[in-house]
Design a protein around this ligand. Structure first.
Ligand code: ZN
Ligand code: FE
Length: 269
């Protein structure tokens, strides 16, 4: 048999979350013995998983510069020859293959596209693969979009974060959303405070609660689910606008409402 292109040959891509620290996920992607990881804040869980599954690490995707996302890069790179791809505009461990908006590169037989999604940090990026219609699509969005929530605005403006989330919300509904933290239950407590009458949100919260009780991740989510339950993707909905304006009656524009919603969450316990 003639060996052919990795894009059409071999097994399907496997994507799984490796728990790290108290609530991070390092996403492990692998196929035919080759692996990439996303945001390895700690090398240990990655090395453990590679060994257990008999995988060879080929590359690392970085979404932004925070230590809980890059802390394991040096150790992984010194143990193996792997590529490290990350946003050009962030202070990241060198050497790096810098990427920016619209760039595309090959990994594990798929084409990955780079979306700049500033807000949490100034140079934050997300990665999404090209796929034929109906094929699996994964989004690695770091600390920009969480299930039921979004990242804090450490470096960007509310207008930037709203635009970034709008871009992610516009991806196909079946896109698998692979976030970097298990924040879902606390996010959903806030979401239900904002939208107590959203039945899909209530059902989703119950399902996520059950998964956590079994010790399972609530992720990946999907873009379709997030559009229905995540207040930060729903800030233009009348229900969310009304709830925000009860707290901040002066909030009028889409950006004002989004900023007030983010402030509300920042102070929510
Ligand atoms: Zn972060
Ligand atoms: Fe983080």
């Amino acid at each position: 048999m003639v060996p052919s292109d990795a894009t059409t040959q071999g097994s399907a891509l496997t994507v799984e979350p490796l728990p790290a620290f108290s609530d991070n996920y390092i996403w492990l992607l692998h196929r035919d013995g080759q692996a990439w990881v996303v945001d390895p804040g700690d090398a240990f869980p990655v090395q453990h998983a590679l060994q257990k599954r008999g995988l060879c690490l080929r590359g690392i995707f970085l979404t932004h510069h925070h230590a809980d996302h890059v802390g394991g890069v040096h150790a992984l790179r010194s143990a193996t020859v792997c590529r490290v791809v990350g946003p050009a505009g962030e202070p990241l461990p060198e050497p790096l293959e810098p990427v920016a908006e619209g760039d595309a590169f090959q990994a594990l037989g798929l084409v990955w596209r780079v979306l700049e999604v500033p807000g949490h940090t100034a140079g934050h990026v997300a990665y999404v693969n090209d796929t034929p219609p109906g094929g699996p699509r994964w989004l690695f969005c770091g600390d920009t979009l969480f299930s039921g929530g979004c990242g804090r605005l450490f470096e960007g403006t509310p207008a930037q974060m709203l635009a970034s989330l709008d871009r992610l919300a516009a991806l196909p509904g079946e896109t698998q959303v692979c976030c970097a933290h298990e924040y879902t239950l606390s996010n959903l407590r806030f979401a239900q405070t904002v939208e107590p009458d959203n039945p899909e949100l209530a059902a989703y919260a119950q399902a996520c609660q059950a998964r956590r009780e079994l010790g399972e991740p609530t992720l990946p989510s999907t873009i379709a689910t997030e559009r229905r339950i995540n207040p930060f993707l729903r800030s233009r909905q009348p229900s969310v606008r009304r709830a925000v304006q009860q707290r901040e009656p002066a909030a009028r524009s889409d950006v004002d409402i989004f900023a007030a919603l983010r402030r509300w969450k920042d102070g929510f316990r």
